[in-house]
Write a protein that binds this ligand. Structure first.
Ligand SMILES: Nc1nc2c(c(=O)[nH]1)N[C@H]1C(S)=C(S)[C@@H](COP(=O)(O)O)O[C@H]1N2
Ligand SMILES: [Mo]
Length: 370
């Protein structure tokens, strides 16, 4: 088969590959940050930084924005190189066979990663595995196959890195304007995808947020909800009979009235969902460290938080010393000036700085000093 179309050449592949590589690098690094904030090894758990309070908003906002941009870049890059799928004979040597195998692994893992990521932010899970561990594992496969790909293609990348690189002189000069148009078109597509989705976390652009699954303003009390009180299976009677139980050296139990009578503090902190939306809000409630001190907890104690929810991956959460002692970390009773709505975690929820949204446990009923 012959392909007479233009721009299926190494210069175009290099130019797009650079951008795609950069997007994947940001996704990988911000993904590692997200992973270790959620599942730190025990030696790290007490040292995770609670500052800057908006840190996770930035890193996870970038993770999703670069992942969405990578979809466009990956499609463009695949279009540029697809004629190579049909080269004949398909395998010329052992080395050539291995090279093709490494490209197959790269394409398969990269497509898998961006597609499952996209469906995850839309909360659609048409697969039998659990997203988080698989997304994490495949990230390493993508990273490894990108490094392998760069190593294998190093001579071509070097020859086509810039317009003045030696290999680019062998390409027809007439292609240069076409290539520029293609790259401009891809840039415009990335720009369009970014501008219509980034408002889900970069709130100044929230009015342009047409394509993202969430609008940061849409929801009770001006804040989105991922899991409603109904979806969590929490009954009205469970909320009525609610008590806060604090388990520690000097355990105690508080009713909501008693909790509300303790000194209240205010924090302005974002919820930054792993799925990319984030928004600042005004919270008030009782400092976690005050509740821990009252239970006689040691200053370096960690904390386990248990929700009323009877099942669900986010029912139980652990919090290391840096978050537990932070003056901004609250067992919040109010949001944006009102009592928490049921789906925002009434009667009490956790809000802590620089943490993934999944750890901002709602419907808290028990604190266990560890
Ligand atoms: N108990 C419990 N808490 C939870 C969740 C949950 O499913 N169960 N979802 C978490 C997720 S994924 C996010 S992003 C935040 C969202 O808080 P909001 O619904 O008040 O905006 O709550 C977190 N707290
Ligand atoms: Mo979330």
């Amino acid at each position: 088969m012959r392909f007479s179309g233009r721009l299926h050449d190494p210069r175009t592949a290099t130019a797009l590959g650079r951008l795609l590589g950069a997007a994947f690098a940001v996704c990988f690094l911000t993904g590692l940050i997200s992973h270790y904030l959620q599942q730190p090894p025990s030696w790290l758990a007490g040292h995770l930084p609670a500052r800057p309070v908006w840190g996770y908003r930035i890193t996870q906002g970038l993770h999703i924005a670069c992942g969405l941009a990578a979809i466009v870049l990956l499609l463009a890059k695949l279009w540029t190189v697809y004629p190579r799928l049909f080269i004949w004979p398909p395998v010329r040597s052992v080395r050539h066979g291995l090279e093709r195998l490494s490209v197959a692994l790269l394409v398969a893992s990269a497509v898998f990663q961006v597609l499952t990521g996209l469906l995850n932010i839309a909360e659609w899970y048409p697969w039998p595995f659990s997203f988080v561990p698989v997304h994490f594992a495949v990230a390493w496969v993508v990273a490894g196959s990108i490094l392998l790909h760069i190593a294998v293609k190093a001579p071509e990348i070097r020859d086509h890195w810039s317009r003045r690189s030696p290999g680019t002189l062998a390409l027809p000069a007439a292609d240069a304007p076409d290539r520029r148009s293609l790259l401009l078109g891809v840039g415009a597509a990335v720009g369009a995808v970014t501008l219509t989705t980034v408002g889900q976390s970069f709130t100044p652009l929230k009015d342009l947020d047409l394509l993202a699954p969430r609008n940061p303003d849409y929801g009770p009390q001006g804040l989105p909800v991922n899991r409603t009180v109904a979806a969590a299976g929490i009954s009205a009677s469970a909320l009525r009979d609610w008590r806060l139980e604090v388990v520690g050296p000097t355990p105690y139990v508080l009713t909501l009235d008693q909790l509300a009578a303790l000194p209240q503090n205010e924090s302005r902190l974002p919820i930054a969902c792993v799925e990319g939306w984030s928004v600042n809000a005004h919270w008030s409630g009782v400092r976690i460290r005050d509740l821990l001190d009252r239970a006689g907890a040691a200053p370096d104690a960690a904390l386990r938080v248990v929700s009323l929810e009877t099942r669900g991956a986010y029912r139980v959460m652990e919090m290391g010393r840096t978050y537990a002692r932070d003056p901004k970390t609250l067992l919040a009773l109010r949001l944006n000036g009102q009592v928490l709505s049921p789906s925002h975690g009434y009667p009490a929820r956790i809000i802590a700085p620089n943490r993934p949204g999944v750890l901002q446990t709602k419907w808290v009923t028990r604190l266990e000093v560890l």
